[in-house]
Ligand binder design. Sequence first.
Ligand code: ADP
Ligand code: MG
Length: 375
Amino acid sequence: MNPLVTQEFISRFGEAPAHIVRSPGRVNLIGEHTDYNDGFVLPMAIDRAIWMAIRLRDDRQIKFHSVDFTDPVEFSLNDIQHQKGWGEYVRGVAWALEKAGYQLEGWEGVMLSNIPIGAGLSSSAALEMAVAKAFSIAGNWVLESQKMALIGQQAENEWVGANTGIMDQMIIAAGQVDHALLIDCRNLDTQQIPLPAGTALIIMDTTTRHSHTDSGYNERREQCETAAEHFGVSHLRDVTLQEFNLGADELAGLPRRRARHVISENKRVLEAGIAMSAGNATEMGELMNTSHVSMRDEFEITNEELNIMVALAQSLSGCFGARMTGGGFGGCAIALVKDEAAVAFVENIRSRYEKSTGLKPNIYICEASNGVEVL
Ligand code: ADP
Ligand code: MG
C-alpha cells in the first residue's frame, strides 16, 4: 500500500509526498453495547488501513483525493461549510480541531484504503484519525491519542451527525501492534492487552446489514436506561451481577434481560483482559462463546446469518471461540483460532456458510496492528 499511495501522489502532484500516514480499521473482540452504559470494551486495530500521502501548502486550502471516490475534497480553512459526501469527515475534523483551538494549516494529498466501507470495520473513524494526524503534521503540534479520539468523535457526532461512542476513534488513535486495547468508557483509561501467542483472529462478514430504519439500537439504549433507573444508578456499569441477581425481580422482562447482558458482558470484558494477558486462548474463546449467547438470547441483536456463522465457526477444528461483533442485526462475526488451523478454517467457513445461507461471505485473517502512525 505504501508504494501504491506514493505512486498515486506522484502521478497527481509530480513529486514524491512529504509525509505518509497509515490509519487502520478496527474490530471489537468483546464488549458489545457496553460503551453507552459507561462500561468496558476490548477492540484491536487491524492490518487493513487507510494510507494517505500529503504535502504541505503555504495557504489555508485543503485538497484531498480518494482513489475510491471520484469527487475530490476541496475547501478553505477560513470558511468550513457543510457539503455532501465523504469530505464531511475531513471538514468535520477540521471544524472540531479549530473549535478546540488548534492552529490549522493547509495541505493536499491522496488516500487509498483496503478497509471495506460500511462493513463495521470503522473506515469512518480511520479516515477521521488519518485527517487529524495530517493536521497535526501540517500545524506542527502534537495531538495526544485521547484528545485525537475525542476530536474524531465530535466530528462524527456533531458535524457528520452519526451517533457513535468513543471506542472506534480511541483504538485507532492508541492501538499497538500485537495488542488489543481494554478501554474503560467512563474515564477513557486504557490498558494494552497482548493477543494470545499462536492464535489468529478471523473476521467473518455475513454480508447482511442492518437497515437504517431499524430502531433496535435506540430501543436497546432506552431499555438500558430504564434498568439503570430501577437500580438507582446513572449507568448499568455501576450494577454488579450480584446486585442484579438480588434486585432484578421487579424489573420488567425486557429491560431485565437487556441489563443482564450488559452487566455480564462488562464482567466478561474484564475477564477477557485477564485471560489474554495470561496467554489463555481457551478461556478467551469460552468468553466469546458466552458473549454470543448473551447477545442472541438476552440482548437479541443477532440475526440468523450471524447465528449460523458463529455456530459453523465453533464447530470447526482449531477454533477457540466465536461471536458476533459490532452493533448487531447484521455485519460481522469473529473467531479466535489456532494459527496453524487458520487457512483451512477460512476455506471451510466460506463454503459452509455459503451452503447454509446462499450468501458469499467476506473473510479476513487479521493481525493486531499499530493505530494511526506517520511512516
Ligand atoms: P464504516 O462501518 O466503514 O465506518 P460508515 O458508514 O460509518 O461505515 O463510514 C463510511 C464512510 O466513510 C464512507 O461513506 C465515506 O464517506 C468515508 N470513507 C470510508 N472509506 C473511505 C475511502 N476509502 N475514501 C473516502 N471516504 C471514505
Ligand atoms: Mg463508521
